[in-house]
Design a protein around this ligand. Structure first.
Ligand code: PGA
Length: 256
């Protein structure tokens, strides 16, 4: 049985103070009716404050539990890489998850399958669980190549990753045309791709790993569409952008 996993990708939003206020607000209103795993991924500047305030709030509210993830990292340990943050640095403050290969990083910051693969390896080495983002552009979908494109990304991004490591991987299927556009994939289309991803993982790592793999859908997830997405057999969770920085929307999504 796979545990549903909802993660909020805050992108470049919310200051340090706003992060603390957001988490306090969530904690006061928090109920986890679905028994799911929840993570938020704030910008680097608020990661430590997020961890600290969550710890404080967990003492006050026993049912409150949220993990903290980063939105990116570099794969080297340290050195002359101006502007980058290493996996060891994330690990040292208690980060559990890291989003790798988000389409905004691939499209705007030149991230390639090779760098994604290096980052996935580095994350596992530091026991940080990667959320690997894959998905096609509108052009690729219209050309009829969405599945082959997405599965190719997975094959390249996971090269050299062991079966044991793959056991703690999350894959987020995020069609680029659905991100921040208000246009979400239909639950059926999203499920079809998530099923194809699961089959690909089965081919690489076998049945057990594929059946335990958490696959999220991402792209304009909102309180109004989360329930039907979560009802699909191969969708185990969501990577939520815009709606994850609104307390009431994020809570509604958690309690789909
Ligand atoms: P969105 O973003 O929910 O705002 O579409 C999702 C994402 O980019 O992870």
């Amino acid at each position: 049985m796979r545990t549903p996993f909802i993660a909020g990708n805050w992108k470049m939003n919310l200051s340090d103070n706003e992060t603390v206020e957001f988490i306090k607000d969530i904690s006061h209103k928090f109920e986890n009716r679905n028994n799911i795993e929840i993570a938020i991924c704030p910008p680097f500047t608020s990661l430590k404050s997020a961890l600290d305030i969550i710890e404080e709030e967990m003492i006050k509210n026993e049912s409150f539990k949220i993990m903290v993830g980063a939105q990116n990292m570099y794969f080297k340990e340290s050195g002359a890489y101006t502007g980058e943050v290493s996996p060891g640095m994330l690990k040292s403050i208690g980060i559990k998850y890291v989003i790798i290969g988000h389409s905004e990083r691939r499209e705007l910051f030149g991230e390639t399958d090779e760098s994604v693969n290096n980052k996935i390896k580095a994350a596992f080495k530091h026991k940080i669980k990667p959320i690997l983002c894959v998905g096609e552009s509108l052009k690729i979908r219209e050309e009829g190549n969405a599945v082959s494109h997405t599965l190719n990304q997975i094959k390249k991004d996971l090269q050299g990753i062991s079966k044991e490591e793959a056991g703690s991987l999350t894959i987020a299927y995020e069609p680029i045309w659905a991100i921040g556009t208000g246009k979400n994939a239909t639950p059926q289309d999203a499920n079809e791709m998530c099923k194809a991803i699961r089959d690909q993982i089965k081919e690489i790592y076998g049945k057990e790993i594929s059946e335990n793999l958490t696959i999220q859908y991402g792209g304009s997830v909102k309180p109004s569409n989360i329930k039907e997405l979560m009802a699909m057999p191969d969708i185990d969770g969501a990577l939520v952008g815009g709606a994850s920085i609104k307390v009431d929307d994020f809570l509604a999504i958690i309690n789909y």
